[in-house]
Design a protein around this ligand. Structure first.
Ligand code: CTP
Length: 405
């Protein structure tokens, strides 16, 4: 089992099982990994910082900032190939389930874009408590992997469930994870997805928006991530969120903000899928005070937003794939082909509002895929996740063809 070259963050929290972590670090390093250890305050009662620093050959981090030095938890979350919390106490688990962030472990957890593994350790009664079990279910839903607890002698002197997985089993678990990751077709590929509507502010309380919910784009991000991609999801205002921890959500409001978020990430992205319903225009003036009603009519001057898809299409290099969406109500295909050409896209996903079950808010969609080489594919009415999977499979095929040429 090898972890050669893998960057692993090990977060140690307050449980007696913390005494096993120097051995865990030793085994991780022996398998070829580079290990950064994080320690909560409670963990320091069970294991020494010096032991962990010595075996990991790196300073251990205990705080978000050390004096005037800020430990960049965001950079750390992006550096790691895997983040493991072992042992994970009931307290840390509860905080993870609720998005709390009062120490470095939680700050890195919330910033992590890599897979997260949790090896819980606690006494059996705590383990079996309904809150613990519900917290576990919650963090699993967020996309984290929970390692099974062992059965045996516990700190209380009782015998039961709740022991932290043994260091050897943790190392095997991680190695198996990386082994299976290797087989994913988009493993490590960076992807950019836009989704949802944009809101264009008129004044402090009003905006021009649209009915997009972001469902289709979120499904695409999920499908890319399930195939191993590292996804930046630039998401307009919507209450929906993805669940896969390989998806980094960047929340934006206006088309301008979405443009900036996309442009700063485009160079690194091999795949860009622009499914957002970007407002074509924004009010020329943004009133600083609420606009008062006066006359019977009210004229609004709008100015064109920058076209993200067209900009990326223009900038794209040979190894980059850019996919756009078209929502049409008449002469659908002709308009979509024009869009593909004008915006230099590799693929256009054509949505027709004339199809029942397609469009904003529905769980289903009926689309036609148009490709730059002139071919097209009509898909039947499918769930949005099935449409997303089909789009992503087409991309995998296209990338494969490119690699083999
Ligand atoms: N798009 C974009 N930036 C914009 C506008 C649109 O990236 N400012 C993208 C959308 O995300 C989508 C595609 O372009 O992938 C849609 O093309 P667009 O020309 O906006 O379609 P419509 O708004 O329907 O245009 P028209 O009104 O001209 O049909």
């Amino acid at each position: 089992m090898h972890l050669k070259g893998k960057k692993i963050i090990l977060a140690v929290t307050g449980s007696i099982a913390a005494y096993k972590t120097p051995e865990l670090v030793r085994q991780l390093i022996k398998s070829g990994a580079e290990v950064q250890v994080l320690l909560t305050e409670a963990a320091t009662h069970f294991v020494s910082e010096l032991s962990l620093a010595t075996v990991s050959k790196k300073p251990v981090l205990r705080n978000i900032n050390d004096g005037a030095t800020w430990n960049n938890h965001v950079a750390m979350g992006r550096w790691a190939d895997a983040f493991i919390i072992a042992p994970c106490s009931a307290n840390t688990l509860a905080k993870m389930a609720n998005g709390m962030c009062d120490n470095i472990v939680l700050a890195v957890y919330l910033s992590a874009v890599c897979p997260v593994f949790v090896a819980p350790a606690m006494d059996e009664d705590m383990w079996k408590h309904p809150t613990t079990q519900s917290n576990l279910e919650r963090i699993k839903k967020f996309g984290n992997s929970v390692l099974p607890v062992g059965h045996g002698e516990l700190a209380s002197g009782l015998v039961g469930d709740g022991r932290m997985a043994e260091p050897t089993d943790i190392v095997t678990f991680l190695a198996k994870h990386f082994e299976s990751e290797k087989q994913k077709p988009l493993q490590g590929t960076k992807a950019l997805v836009t989704a949802g509507p944009t809101y264009e502010k008129l004044d402090p309380v009003r905006f021009i928006g649209n009915y997009s919910t972001g469902k289709m784009g979120i499904a695409i991000a999920e499908s890319l991530a399930a195939n191993g991609a590292i996804v930046s999801l630039i998401l307009g205002p919507t209450h929906l969120r993805p669940s896969n921890s390989n998806i980094q959500v960047v929340s934006v409001e206006s088309a301008d903000e979405m443009y900036d978020a996309c442009l700063s990430r485009f160079e690194d992205s091999s795949i860009s899928i622009l499914s957002a319903a970007v407002a074509d225009y924004r009010p020329e003036q943004k009133a600083t005070d609420k606009i008062k009603k006066k006359e019977n009519t009210f004229q609004l001057l709008l100015t064109k937003n920058k076209d993200i898809l067209a900009t990326l299409g223009k900038q794209k290099k040979k190894h980059q794939l850019v996919v756009g969406f078209a929502l049409e109500t008449s002469h659908e295909e002709a308009h979509a082909w024009e869009k593909l050409k004008a915006k230099n896209a590799d693929m256009i996903v054509l949505n027709s509002l004339n199809d029942n079950g397609a469009g904003f808010g529905h769980d289903t969609n009926k689309v036609t895929l148009l490709f730059a080489n002139g071919s097209k594919k009509n898909l039947p009415l499918l769930t949005k996740q099935q449409v997303a999977d089909t789009i992503v499979n087409q991309i995998i095929e296209a990338l494969h063809v490119e690699i083999n040429h």
